[in-house]
Design a protein. Structure first.
Length: 160
């Protein structure tokens, strides 16, 4: 079965019934932000949407981990230096909010309940515009950090 690349296709029609039942956000916003075009089957549609949303949010947390707690590789060390200690506090708070949302998605997965999926989708969709803004600002700061990178330190420790 070919993937539905049209946000106004059959999945949208099926979603609309669930949207009315659970007071869910508009399909178009979810479709654009969470790449729902790869969903091919309407069976367990909310569970599939929840999975897509949680995966994206978890990807953000995995991206932020080395910025907050760097390993000893050059990428992590460089990106960690892009933020002052004062800037890391709100960054950690943002990370914690993301992790709480990811864990809520995992709880919905464990409970395997359409109502829980719908609740997660509503909450995550409501928070996502702010999450997207915060991630864009973090990425902009990291991009600038790489453009204006400090010279590599002479004493880089053991490499062998």
């Amino acid at each position: 079965m070919p993937k539905d690349t049209n946000p106004d296709g059959p999945m949208e029609e099926f979603y609309h019934r669930l949207q009315v039942k659970y007071n869910l956000p508009a399909w178009e916003a979810l479709y654009a932000d969470f790449e729902l075009n790869s969903i091919e089957d309407s069976e367990l549609l909310l569970a599939q949407i929840r999975t897509k949303m949680a995966e994206k949010l978890e990807g953000y947390t995995m991206f932020l981990q080395p910025v907050l707690h760097p390993d000893t590789n050059l990428n992590d060390l460089q990106e960690c230096r892009c933020f002052s200690d004062d800037e890391k506090k709100p960054l950690y708070d943002f990370y914690a909010r993301l992790m709480a949302l990811v864990k809520r998605g995992m709880r919905a997965l464990v409970l395997s309940d359409e109502k829980e999926d719908a609740s997660f989708i509503k909450d995550a969709a409501q928070q996502y515009p702010n999450i997207k803004k915060e991630m864009a600002a973090i990425l902009e700061k990291l991009e600038e950090g790489w453009k204006n990178k400090e010279e590599a330190p002479d004493d880089q420790g053991y490499f062998g």
